[in-house]
Ligand binder design. Structure first.
Ligand SMILES: Nc1ncnc2c1ncn2[C@@H]1O[C@H](COP(=O)(O)OP(=O)(O)OP(=O)(O)O)[C@@H](O)[C@H]1O
Length: 240
């Protein structure tokens, strides 16, 4: 046993929370229509982990994912993303945190009028420290990494569902975010394409050392996870 390596790995996983949530509640609606959706969520995600979030429809998975992604404002408790507190954060701070996160959704959300490369480039252009030629090179390299080196100039309508989702993965990972949030990334795909897509996400996440959280109903992909979290009626019931 290499104890030095073990210690380093332990330090890496315990010292680097990418997400740290404490006593988070969330409500929708106002007055008599006010309804609590999330209850006392406590959850820490560490650097380099692939985590699956599952649970019945309506249990609060997407709500939790959008809170972690700075896509809606958390109301109480504490939610830290990459060391930044999002409870009571200003809209500008949420925008800033979103730059450090890659998002992959069920519908790939590619822009129809842009080629695969241009769709990927858009995400790098948010980071203004790269030159135009660097951005182009990075985008092509990322499309090659997802197996679409021969499709860089194709428009979305000329790509299959699985290929479009691979472009979305390239777009999410091209700027090497520390966190990738994926909401039902395989829902619109057949089982083979779905499998390929999650295998690819896992491989790239491990190569880049980023944390990846996948919300899914798809029991066929559970084995890609280092950890599975289960939500039921807005509460975490499994964290293993
Ligand atoms: N913007 C909103 N306003 C009011 N209620 C909402 C809103 N968004 C979600 N809800 C409610 O919050 C609950 C949790 O929804 P959420 O989409 O987070 O669940 P989910 O586990 O992701 O479900 P699914 O697996 O069906 O996508 C549901 O009862 C839903 O109706």
């Amino acid at each position: 046993m290499n104890y030095q390596l073990l210690t380093i790995n332990q330090e890496l996983s315990t010292n680097n929370p990418v997400i740290d949530i404490k006593n988070l509640d969330h409500f929708f609606g106002k007055g008599t229509l006010k309804k609590q959706i999330l209850f006392e969520i406590n959850l820490t995600l560490y650097s380099g982990e692939v985590v699956i979030l599952k649970g019945p429809s309506g249990s609060g998975k997407t709500t939790l994912l959008t809170l972690m992604g700075g896509l809606r404002s958390p109301q109480s408790g504490s939610l830290q993303v990459l060391g930044q507190e999002l409870v009571a954060a200003k809209p500008k701070q949420l925008v800033e945190i979103r730059r450090n996160i890659g998002y992959i959704f069920q519908a790939h959300n590619l822009l129809k009028s842009l080629t695969a490369r241009q769709n990927v480039q858009m995400s790098v252009e948010l980071h203004n420290h790269f030159s135009a030629s660097e951005i182009k090179t990075k985008s092509i390299a990322m499309l090659e990494a997802v197996g679409l080196g021969d499709r860089v100039d194709y428009y979305p309508h000329d790509l299959s569902g699985g290929q479009k989702q691979r472009v979305a993965i390239a777009r999410a990972l091209v700027s090497h975010p520390k966190l990738v949030l994926a909401d039902e990334p395989t829902a619109a795909l057949d089982s083979k394409s779905g499998r390929d897509v999650v295998d690819l996400m896992q491989k790239l996440a491990k190569e880049q050392g980023c944390t990846i959280l996948i919300v899914t109903h798809d029991n066929r992909i559970l084995d890609v996870a280092d950890r599975i979290i289960e939500l039921e009626d807005g509460r975490i019931t499994v964290n293993s």
